[in-house]
Design a protein around this ligand. Structure first.
Ligand SMILES: Nc1ncnc2c1ncn2[C@@H]1O[C@H](COP(=O)(O)OP(=O)(O)OP(=O)(O)O)[C@@H](O)[C@H]1O
Ligand SMILES: Cc1cn([C@H]2C[C@H](O)[C@@H](COP(=O)(O)O)O2)c(=O)[nH]c1=O
Length: 205
């Protein structure tokens, strides 16, 4: 059995993560891999209920951080860890880098507290590879406006998304071996080529 692999997709809202996850799932299945496509907050019945609250209910930054980590704990224990144990590739639309970027850099919440929660909740588990879809906030906002009504995060101003983007840049600089930076301003075809090149370099799959 091939070992399980854990890939996360990160970036500001509208960067193009969701558009490319299903394509990558097909690419991996063609190579014989079992794939779990999932997302955070979410991925379990409980975590999806917490997601509804986080995206739509007013709350302070500590409550937000505790809820995303509670959702993550349930998701890891009941979905991600069992999938990795049976040799699947897990494609997760956001993981803990989003907490450092949104609650930490975006909201200004204490990074030390987030690091403690990360240790408790994940027990050392980190993605094997994180694809950071990097895009200017103005371009992402234009893409979002064309397709959907904003939630609590998407209705934040451009300065918030500049801070979130800087938060991702710090996480990437702190762990360059895990991160691959995708130029998300490219055409969808060019984005797919960047992902394929990254995966080819990290294979075999
Ligand atoms: N490379 C691209 N060029 C132009 N438009 C794109 C590109 N990638 C995605 N889009 C479009 O941008 C919009 C947002 O994409 P998508 O929903 O995949 O982003 P996302 O990063 O998953 O956002 P969110 O995190 O808010 O769910 C969609 O309408 C999608 O078709
Ligand atoms: C995991 C995680 C997510 N968020 C925010 C980021 C997004 O605005 C939403 C999720 O929406 P998406 O359409 O699925 O991208 O939640 C966050 O603030 N903190 C987190 O840890």
């Amino acid at each position: 059995m091939k070992p399980g692999r854990f890939l996360s997709f990160e970036g500001i809202d509208g960067a193009g993560k969701s558009s490319h996850i299903e394509w990558l799932a097909g690419w991996l299945r063609e190579r014989g891999r079992e794939v779990l496509v999932t997302r955070e907050p979410g991925g379990t019945e409980l975590a999806e209920r917490l997601r509804e609250l986080v995206l739509h209910q007013p709350m302070d930054a500590l409550t937000e951080a505790l809820l995303v980590f509670a959702a993550r704990r349930d998701h890891l224990a009941t979905q991600i860890e069992p999938a990795l144990a049976r040799g699947s590739v897990v494609l997760c639309d956001r993981f803990t880098d989003a907490t450092f970027a949104y609650q930490g850099a975006g909201r200004g919440f204490d990074l030390g507290v987030l690091a403690t929660l990360e240790t408790w909740v994940q027990q050392g588990r980190q993605p094997d590879l994180t694809l950071w879809f990097d895009l200017a906030p103005a371009t992402a906002a234009a893409r979002r406006a064309a397709v959907r009504a904003p939630d609590r995060f998407e209705s934040q101003d451009q300065a918030f998304f500049e801070r979130v983007r800087a938060g991702y840049a710090r996480r990437a600089a702190d762990d360059p071996a895990r991160f691959a930076i995708v130029d998300a301003s490219a055409t969808p075809e060019a984005v797919r080529r960047q992902i394929e090149t990254t995966l080819d370099a990290r294979g075999p799959w």
